[in-house]
Design a binder for this molecule. Structure first.
Ligand code: TA6
Length: 305
């Protein structure tokens, strides 16, 4: 569909479709509650700023690469239908193919409270079929306003159960990684990917003084990012999710990855973000019976502290 067609079929007050970086198409939402940009490649929410906030809540790197088949550093990458490396095929893309595949817009509406809702469906192609040869549908519903809700719906169209791993790999803007903490995962078991995959238990709030790459398992808990520098709390409330991933690359890994940029204070973009990811990974992967759907849903909000 051309941008003109998208605008005539799905445009709303506060929702328009525009061409952006790398020639990709973006949904641009600007309503009374907030502002967001969503790339049709990956149904990737690139940024979200509630009107109550001077700084974005969902962070994207200034050095993010936009282009066909490239994943964007920041925003809300959709990891699907597996999380992390593929279980058996090393050549398959990390975190699945959803974030680098084109999605189609299938609906839009303005809700009674003024929020804007946009619906997307992943467009299967030869590559997605060869990497995940199952009959199934992935849909993403983004509801943008003073809060951001993201729903990832997987429908099994096959005649046997399918298993999926998934995550909304959200990057949050924080003042500085050295002062931010994450609460909600106290006493929860996790797999420490930065320490050889050891199984550990969280004690107290999570604070950061080096690389953290942890998959907390068997947890439906709400998490809060406490940010004394930006004087706010970011709340991450989820349903249909049993895993929470917390990630900061720290300096060495960020430099190797090369797309975090200098950041606002020139101390490295990695210092001003943290990922708190809601999903189903490792032993929490989801089995969906034939003909049924599974929904992972997350509501993000920010409040002053
Ligand atoms: O969720 C954390 C993680 O799996 C890390 O291991 C890390 O490398 C990151 O995601 C980013 O992955 P990406 O493929 O986007 O570079």
């Amino acid at each position: 569909m051309t941008i003109a067609d998208l605008n005539s079929q799905y445009g709303q007050p506060g929702l328009s479709f525009v061409e952006g970086g790398g020639g990709l198409t973006f949904a641009e939402i600007d309503n009374a509650g907030g502002h967001a940009r969503i790339c049709l490649q990956g149904a990737h929410i690139v940024s979200w700023t509630p009107k109550s906030q001077a700084e974005p809540v969902v962070w994207v790197s200034d050095m993010a690469k936009y282009g066909l088949g490239k994943s964007i550093r920041g925003g809300v990458p959709v990891c699907w239908p597996w999380f992390g490396p593929h279980a058996t095929e090393q050549g398959f893309p990390g975190h699945g193919f959803a974030r680098t595949t084109m999605w189609q817009v299938t609906g839009s509406e303005t809700l009674a409270n003024g929020d804007t809702r946009v619906k997307f469906m992943l467009m299967p192609n030869d590559q997605t079929h060869s990497q995940f040869p199952k009959a199934c549908r992935a849909e993403l519903i983004a509801t943008v306003g003073a809060t951001l809700q993201v729903e990832l719906v997987t429908t099994n169209l096959d005649n046997e159960a399918i298993e999926i791993g998934e995550a909304l790999h959200t990057y949050f803007r924080i003042g500085d990684i050295g002062t931010a903490t994450v609460t909600g995962l106290e006493n929860t078991g996790y797999v420490d990917k930065a320490d050889g995959g050891q199984h550990k238990t969280q004690s107290g709030a999570i604070a950061f003084s080096g690389e953290v790459d942890r998959v907390y398992v068997g947890t439906a808990a709400e998490c809060v990012i406490v940010d004394p520098d930006l004087k706010r709390r970011i709340r991450v409330a989820k349903t249909g999710s049993r895993s929470t991933v917390v990630w900061t690359p720290w300096i060495e890994k960020a430099e190797k990855m090369g797309d975090f940029g200098p950041g606002r204070n020139n101390q490295g973009g990695w210092r001003e973000m943290v990922c708190v990811e809601s999903g189903n990974a490792l032993d929490d992967v989801v089995s969906i019976p034939a003909g049924e759907s599974h929904t992972l849903s997350v509501v993000y909000s920010a409040e002053p502290m």
